[in-house]
Design a protein. Structure first.
Length: 149
């Protein structure tokens, strides 16, 4: 097992016997064909989807772990801040809401494209229900599991 850290800029390091690569170092040292499975933990549009799209033809199997933010609309599911918490300004709020619309639409198209190679794991049944509501994939076309508490 190897790990790619999209926030790690250069090189690689070893943590508890597992090599952790920057994206640049991964492409220098590794070949996607050497891996049976790619696991994407909390996939995001900017890094995970871009990496998977670039390497899709060499990927045999994908497993996606969904925690929430990847397929949720913040305004709909996150609680309102307490009165004493500084509120976001309207511009920031609007930008966040527009990004959420983009993110969910993009993720829906991306997951349809990668459907044949994918299995989905959700942190809860509630998360799975939100996924179905927002992503709108035909449930009969994919394998999934949600973690029970």
């Amino acid at each position: 097992m190897d790990v790619i850290s999209f926030s790690f800029k250069n090189g690689k390091y070893n943590l508890d016997g597992i090599d952790v690569y920057s994206l640049e170092e991964f492409y220098i040292e590794k070949n996607m064909r050497d891996y049976d499975i790619v696991i994407s933990h909390a996939p995001n549009v900017r890094n995970h989807c871009k990496f998977i799209n670039k390497n899709y033809n060499e990927i045999n199997k994908l497993i996606f772990f969904f925690h929430g933010h990847e397929v949720l609309y913040s305004k709909e599911v996150y609680p309102k801040p307490y009165d004493y918490v500084k509120k976001e300004n309207k511009l920031k709020e609007t930008v966040r809401d527009l990004y959420d619309i983009y993110k969910v639409r993009y993720m829906s198209k991306f997951l349809k494209k990668t459907l044949q190679k994918s299995t989905y794991i959700f942190v809860s049944e509630w998360m799975y229900e939100q996924f179905k509501k927002n992503i709108k994939l035909d449930e009969t076309l994919y394998k999934y599991k949600y973690l029970e508490s």
